[in-house]
Write a protein that binds this ligand. Sequence first.
Ligand code: ADP
Ligand code: ASP
Ligand code: MG
Length: 412
Amino acid sequence: MSIVVQKYGGSSVADVSRIRAVAARVMRTRREGHDVVVIVSAMGDTTDELLALAKQVSPNPDRRELDMLLTTGERISMALLSMAIRELGGESISFTGSQSGIITNDRHVDARIVEVRPFRVQDELARGRIVVIAGYQGVSYRREVTTLGRGGSDTTAVAMAAALGAAYCEICSDVDGVYTADPRVVPDARRIGTLAYEETQELAESGAKVLNAQAVEFAKDKGIAIYARATSSPLPGDDPSADGTVVRKYPPRMPGTVVGVASERETLLLEYGGRERERLLETLDTHRVAGKQLHQAGEQLTLVVSRENLHEEPRVRQALASQFGDAARLRDDLGAVSIVGAGINASFSTLRRGVAALASAGIPQDAVATSSFRITWMIARPKLDDAVRALHRTFLGVADRAGNAHGGPVGP
Ligand code: ADP
Ligand code: ASP
Ligand code: MG
């Protein structure tokens, strides 16, 4: 029997009736003859609510204690879903991340999975049971409970799929796949049927929440196909790209094709004009602040910090102010918007078109950075959604649909 791993996000298990609907979908999968492993996120906005609770007690919550708190969200959903499956006549058992063998490094709040030892999961599958696993969490080799960073249930699912040799990993959400932009921001965004790992990873790293970037990186490394689908859509048929998105290895598209636009609202721009760059970076590491798009020219260093997994901002601000004074400035008025596609910087034509599109929409550009897969602009936060729409219109409007195809799948 082939093993299928399914992950259901927070909105899919937000209340009891939705949990029942998920249980029914799991049972349908089981009746198709698969061994089923289900990963669940915390119900609805539980993780946000737990974080808000922690901040009421401490503005700089201790990272270990935060992990103890945040992991409870997924534990609630796993137990309720397992009960719901049993109500439908299924035999199921729930496990925490630790019980299911998710071993991580010892970095609290945004730990990385280093190994999966799924022995208990395999034993229960062999007994004919459906296994329900709490996403977003693991245990470090020091036996501390850890979490995998926001959106980390996707990573649990892909890691478990790889460890079990699953046929594919289904990521089920409130949206039926990966779109050319967030459909909440761009109403005429279109579902993308097939995406290569690298494209998906860049979209996720640029803020497209639908798939977690670390999960995609894992899938790429282990050759696991991801099917991004709506919880309300049917089980995958012969062509899962017809009603969802399939992420796997694909031959390249026409070079320079923009596949999507993504944005990240909650970013901080760190600007440093002093000479003690090494000490600055050390301070960021001490506080476990992850930065991206580091750029240095002359004495000026800039980098972008994502707020997603930064839960001790007052402490970080204080450390920067006391050690570097006015030389280090954190700008809190900008977000990032990116266009993504392989080879889009082979010439400057895509960059020039993007600059012109933003200018003609009256959107000032504070900074721009490029890589071989992406162009990112820093934009005043109130203009960010307008920027997403302007870039989508320019690169993914009706006239630009041609040339977006690539050939059939290659490799595993
Ligand atoms: P889940 O709780 O199921 O993990 P998330 O909220 O993490 O779901 O991700 C789904 C949301 O991601 C969608 O509701 C959608 O608004 C948002 N989103 C952002 N970018 C995209 C995109 N390119 N395609 C699809 N959804 C996107
Ligand atoms: N519940 C966690 C979060 O809200 C993990 C997840 O949903 O994937 O980030
Ligand atoms: Mg998610």
